[in-house]
Design a protein around this ligand. Sequence first.
Ligand SMILES: Nc1nc2c(c(=O)[nH]1)N[C@H]1C(S)=C(S)[C@@H](COP(=O)(O)OP(=O)(O)OC[C@H]3O[C@@H](n4cnc5c(=O)[nH]c(N)nc54)[C@H](O)[C@@H]3O)O[C@H]1N2
Ligand SMILES: Nc1nc2c(c(=O)[nH]1)N[C@H]1C(S)=C(S)[C@@H](COP(=O)(O)OP(=O)(O)OC[C@H]3O[C@@H](n4cnc5c(=O)[nH]c(N)nc54)[C@H](O)[C@@H]3O)O[C@H]1N2
Ligand SMILES: [Mo]
Length: 766
Amino acid sequence: MASNSRKNIKFQSSGNFTGIRLTEPSSYAAGFTGVKVALQHTFKEMGISRAMKTLGHMNQTEGFDCPGCAWPDPEKPSKIAEYCENGAKALAEEATTHTLDNAFFSNYSIQEISTWSDYKIGKSGRLIAPMILKPESNHYEEITWLEAYRIIADHLHALESPDEAIFYTSGRSSNEAAFLYGLFARAFGTNNMPDCSNMCHESSGVALTETLGIGKGSVKLEDFEEAEVVLVIGQNPGTNHPRMLSALEKCKSKGGKIISINPLQEAGLIRFRNPQQVSGMLGSGVELTDVYLQVKINQDVALLKLIQKKLSTLDQVDQQVFDRDFIAEYTEGYEKLMRDLDQYTEQELLERCGVAESKIDQAVNLLAHPKKIIICWAMGLTQHKNGVDNIKECVNLLLLKGSLGKPGAGTCPVRGHSNVQGDRSVGIMHFVSAELNKAIKNTFGFDAPEKPGVDVVHAIPAMHSGKAKVFIGLGGNFVSAASDTEYTAAALQACDLTVQISTKLNRSHLVTGKTALILPTLGRSEKDLKNGAQRHFTVENSMGIVHQSKGFLEPISDKVKSEPEIIGDLAGTFFRGNHPVDWKKLGNDYDLLREKLGEVISQFKDINTKSKGSGFYLPNNVRDLDFSKLPNQKAQFSVTPLPNHELREHEFLLMSIRSHDQFNTTIYGLDDRYRGIHNERRVLFMNPEDMQLLALKKMEVVNISSFYDSQERKVFNFLVIPYQIPKGNLAAYFPETNPLVPIHEFAEKSNTPISKSIRVSVEKAV
Ligand SMILES: Nc1nc2c(c(=O)[nH]1)N[C@H]1C(S)=C(S)[C@@H](COP(=O)(O)OP(=O)(O)OC[C@H]3O[C@@H](n4cnc5c(=O)[nH]c(N)nc54)[C@H](O)[C@@H]3O)O[C@H]1N2
Ligand SMILES: Nc1nc2c(c(=O)[nH]1)N[C@H]1C(S)=C(S)[C@@H](COP(=O)(O)OP(=O)(O)OC[C@H]3O[C@@H](n4cnc5c(=O)[nH]c(N)nc54)[C@H](O)[C@@H]3O)O[C@H]1N2
Ligand SMILES: [Mo]
């Protein structure tokens, strides 16, 4: 492997402790503390008046879309403030007034910066000028945009095949930027377009496409007001989608019930104090979950099968539990599913999922007669070997109940990044769509490649083995987000060139190819100005609404460019005018770009006019109960096997989760307030009985190892915290635990790394 000569770069935050303080886990989310913490973060990074003015524009119809999660805005945003604590933190992180000037990069070598924690690296400030790390050098230096484009173009021209380049996308890019980026990759000649979705909701996309014919959810925000029951499975909305709690609160106020399925009792699912209401700020808040099923890690299939089995038994009594008309008219595979359920005894399913039968019976009773059910889920279901099956079992339950294609019912995969769904809709994908290629040919006059490209877990070995030599990242932090950190780091370091289009400094700017470039870009909250006029872009939220977003703040520096401009200029430099597409024009004129998007992808037709105001819904066949794309034109029931982990004695399943103070690899702070952890990230949540078994004391220091393909992977120095988690299960934070996730272990069909069920053992650190 042709690794570059730079030595001593740290791939990860150090194993040093930061001074832990423990409190009791919280029994409610948000309330006054949430508002206070939100304001503290924004004031510190942005100053009081700038923060208050900017927050007032977030998620408002004429304002900008929150750079945090993808939860939709209400049709009539609240006048007070349509944001949450973690949205405010995301804004503070992006709109900080701290900047990284040339003195910063000449003072600190990449080696030195790499010894800092992710928290400190992120806090250093915004990137404000294009920078280059030359071969053999250990310091970034400023470079002109023109030189930067030339270097990339030269590297791309030097490749033997277009498949030697990787075009990664994180989910914060606008529809405009992502469409243009995908177009450039295809014009260059490759489908090597891994994206963060591969590590995230890809399992949902695969499962939903195979069963329902569309890889997205079917519910709308208002459906939560009509739902009789909402299941929240493998998701921690109090931290990761706080505005979803308002929707759950509305559901409850209309008499709906909530069932939560999670190995941890997450505060946000227990009780919610709505900070937009006086009663929420001062009162005791609303109890959200009616039945809490503390399932063992990755035993959701067993639990969902048991629920279906018990429902089937009830249905045999009164024939009122399953929606027979719906099953007959719209579905296929019901008998096969029933035969499969007959194979299992209730007892074996019960033992596997580890939940008290009385609780499951309560959930079954809640589900028995309602026909308006919503199932919400996130990473707790997708990031397992059988991630696709997990979601198919959710679909089974909805099909049995006829809970699709009507108000108050449906699928709700709760997306992560604020535009990850839009990026896929506009063509960011590693697989080939003949329809898309044909439309590109018609509109732009070039042939897009017909060979599938690599996704995340295949891009890394390609770089590792030298098959791919250039990596370009449109946002994100690839080295910290992907699995098997050490292997991924070596893969990036084997590249000739790595390019990051970014707002903030992160570890992927330090773990680089021989030459590395940083191309600084505007954040969401900033005005995107061209010749004095302000441009806007569009995004798609978790429920398929496409709407516009318009920045509010003055740009952090006049050297920072918008993403479409960067891509257009880069493509223009690469093709030197020898291409049917006028790249520079397209990257500058967003109206034209959107018009072309509408020509190529018909669901975006008229996007220029339709995306104004509260925007428009993209078509969704499930909402119309149109399953014509599926076998026999029916929605599909699925038969799935039970997962099998073959744990040996003293082995555990570890889930890598988010703390309350992070956005993926961006660390806002060192607290995980709801879980009672303060000022420390190196913690391992463990059941007290397991601690006893291993003779571990509270706060004892341990190392964690995983064993796969006869290799030991190890992370060091974690403090053991006794916690209410099922026996045999462990939890610790991402990205600290990413070195444990083996590169070759990922979900069947979706290839999503197994970040939520890593087989590990624990030893005392000496
Ligand atoms: N503030 C903030 N917001 C975010 C993010 C962030 O980092 N910070 N990240 C964004 C992104 S990209 C995403 S994808 C989403 C992630 O949102 P989540 O999926 O909510 O995030 P995780 O912390 O990964 O939490 C997974 C939850 O699943 C549970 N879980 C783990 N394994 C299992 C299992 O086997 N079965 C069940 N039933 N539950 C399980 C965990 O206990 C945890 O509550 O959030 C988005 N929003
Ligand atoms: N072990 C483990 N690993 C995981 C997960 C897990 O739960 N466990 N979760 C996975 C999931 S769900 C996801 S989505 C991935 C996330 O993977 P990524 O999307 O690659 O990672 P992020 O941390 O979200 O990327 C943050 C960086 O994006 C840049 N950025 C922020 N805003 C913008 C912008 O507007 N434009 C541009 N160009 N850049 C911007 C900043 O430089 C910032 O440092 O991680 C995955 N990895
Ligand atoms: Mo995600």
